[in-house]
Design a protein around this ligand. Sequence first.
Ligand code: AMP
Length: 208
Amino acid sequence: MRMIFIGPPGAGKGTQAARLVDHFKIPHISTGDMFRAAVQAGTPMGVEADRYMKAGRLVPDEVVIGMVRERLAAPDTAPGFMLDGFPRTRPQAEALAEALAADGRALDAVLLLEVPDALIVERIVGRRTDPETGAIYHLTFSPPPAAVAARLIHRKDDTEEAVRARLDAYHNQTAPVVPFYEGVGLLRRVNGVGDPDGVTAAIRAALA
Ligand code: AMP
């Protein structure tokens, strides 16, 4: 299964992707996670990416495309992969199509997780991540167990100001990717509003 997850920030891509990769036994390739790891490690790419991420802006295409190409060349992608947070621009989508075609690979599905903007800010501002397990919680909607509460992290770009910038980037730069995949018959739309188990069931149905 070679698939892509698209959706606004806070749509639930990370939560749902983690469940799907368990099911399909494929690697979860999150460009946001890769950039956060590079920031943490203090690599030159991390230093550059951090400037954009803090502001809620997209990292330049050439940086992201190079990073993803390298990742997709790794042998663990032979049974497939789940791309989460990539492509986020039309040039990224085109570069991905080219890179896959050069290897004789093709995408199986592109999932669009739809959540209205009004819900996004509320979801993101309360979001917290467990750095040890990667589990994602929400202070109100999915409260963390007391044992892990003290170590949870609030992402630097999960502030209201950065979320508004990320939503603008989504509507202006990422939304044009949707007709690209719709045109080639790969797009499956899934309603991302509701409890996470219900959304997982809707995704499984859309992929069946
Ligand atoms: P995410 O964890 O997917 O919300 O990504 C966090 C941040 O990483 C984004 O707001 C961007 O600054 C950067 N980023 C992640 N993926 C991409 C991408 N495909 N293109 C450009 N920037 C990206």
